[in-house]
Design a protein around this ligand. Structure first.
Ligand code: SAM
Length: 211
């Protein structure tokens, strides 16, 4: 695997790639913002976000005074360094006193949390069926979803960004969470009207054995 790279395209957009594969740009970020707004509307104050990307989900979370603590898990230290040093926008986000960055796999960052999070927001890859990192298959798997459920307070929320609708992902969340929804977020991609998806669920009072 090669590391992340960023570039300014001819159209002026900032683009992030990992392993040579397009991850995101700063042109259409409404679904990243929608992820944050979903958990804000659900009343979340303490949130874990995986991963950092270009920081749109994090910025939207921090825009709410209701949010008191955000742990951001980011696999690639280069992205965090670029943002901290101002090479890419977002130094103000990482300087916010409510933010702690955990460099590493989101699975480790979640496992390290006490079982009191109001929300876990996962946007580390393109969803279960279009992976940039093969290892991220585990992020959408039952075992990790169970760990997430156990790191939420009762009534807390897990929200997962996905490029495409996924019955399997909905089924895996439904096995341990209640009120599972799959919501389409309208986006415009190269002039075409498309959808990305947010799959979410709520921790029941009692969940599985982990935690
Ligand atoms: C699509 S971007 C996130 C976009 C972000 N929501 C935003 O608003 O800009 C995915 C990010 O997750 C990171 N990532 C990929 N796999 C990861 C993992 N297993 N754990 C933590 N971060 C990961 C990538 O390096 C990238 O920064």
């Amino acid at each position: 695997m090669t590391g992340p790279t960023w570039r300014r395209r001819d159209d002026g957009a900032l683009e992030l790639r990992v392993n040579g594969v397009f991850v995101m740009d700063d042109v259409e970020t409404s679904s990243e913002v929608a992820l944050a707004r979903t958990v804000i509307e659900l009343g979340a104050r303490e949130v874990l976000v995986g991963g950092l990307g270009l920081g749109y989900t994090l910025r939207a979370l921090l825009a709410s005074p209701q949010v008191t603590r955000v742990v951001v898990a980011e696999l690639h230290p280069e992205i965090v360094d670029w943002m901290r040093t101002g090479e890419i926008p977002g130094a103000d986000l990482l300087a916010d006193g409510r933010v702690r960055v955990a460099v590493g796999d989101v699975r480790d960052a979640v496992a390290d949390q006490p079982a009191s999070l109001d929300a876990i927001v996962l946007d580390v890859d393109n969803g279960p069926d279009f992976l940039v990192h093969d290892a991220n298959a585990a992020v959408y798997g039952s075992e990790f979803i169970d760990v997430c459920a156990n790191r939420l307070r009762p009534g807390g929320h897990l929200c997962v960004w996905s490029m495409a609708a996924s019955e399997d992902l909905v089924a895996r969340l439904s096995a341990v969470l209640s009120d599972v929804r799959e919501e389409a977020v309208p986006v415009t991609l190269q002039g075409r009207a498309e959808h990305y998806w947010i799959v979410s669920g709520t921790r029941r009072d009692a969940v599985g054995a982990d935690g």
